[in-house]
Design a protein around this ligand. Structure first.
Ligand code: IMP
Ligand code: MG
Length: 183
């Protein structure tokens, strides 16, 4: 879906499809360099990371394996609490493997820090995080985010996998949702 179809729901377009693709290519070059000569398993966190995983995997000019996890974090309202339940686990045994978690946004970082320690307990060679977007609260988190596309302000954004009540995930661009949509 083009953002023009939901123009009145958005305050602005933060990143266009072209800007997103350029950023993912830039991140892919760093990942290729850092994991040169090593096998790599990229893990996407459903459902938000579907778009960034699909584009990141294709931007990487090397073999990667892809796997998926689905987690639900319980929290009050729109904030996550750090209490996480696995809805779908990896199909892959990650023992002795380099794992790169690919995510679309880190807000508090609670979900990902739980996920990192969960995966770390399975004996991988390494676990790292790549996220397209990061909000200010996550900068303070102890979770080590190796690759960040953009740091963004603390606003609710949609598109490119990011939803509000399961809508807008299929929007090509990333935009700031207008308060009238959620209030
Ligand atoms: P946290 O880092 O544990 O707070 O949770 C991150 C998750 O919250 C993301 O994977 C998204 O599903 C959701 N989320 C956080 N901020 C936004 C946003 O601005 N738009 C849409 N989803 C968001
Ligand atoms: Mg997510």
């Amino acid at each position: 879906m083009d953002s023009a179809h939901v123009e009145s729901d958005l305050v602005n377009i933060l990143f266009t499809e072209e800007q997103i693709q350029a950023k993912i290519a830039e991140m892919a070059r760093k990942i290729e360099a850092d994991y040169d000569g090593e096998e790599l398993l990229v893990v996407g966190v459903l459902k938000g990371a579907v778009m960034v995983m699909a584009d990141m995997a294709r931007a990487l000019n090397r073999h990667v394996e892809m796997d998926w996890m689905a987690v639900s974090s319980y929290g009050s309202g729109t904030k996550s609490s750090g209490v996480v339940r696995i809805l779908k686990d990896l199909d892959t045994d990650i023992q002795g493997r380099h794992v790169l978690i690919v995510d679309e946004i880190i807000d508090t970082g609670l979900t990902l820090s739980w996920l990192v320690s969960n995966l770390a307990s399975r004996g991988p060679k390494s676990v790292a995080i790549a996220t397209l977007l990061r909000k200010p609260d996550a900068v303070a988190m102890p979770v080590d985010v190796k690759y960040v596309g953009w740091d963004i302000p603390n606003e609710f954004v949609v598109g490119y996998g990011l939803d509000h009540n399961e809508k807008y995930r299929n929007m090509r661009d990333i935009g700031t949702l207008a308060p009238h949509v959620y209030s």
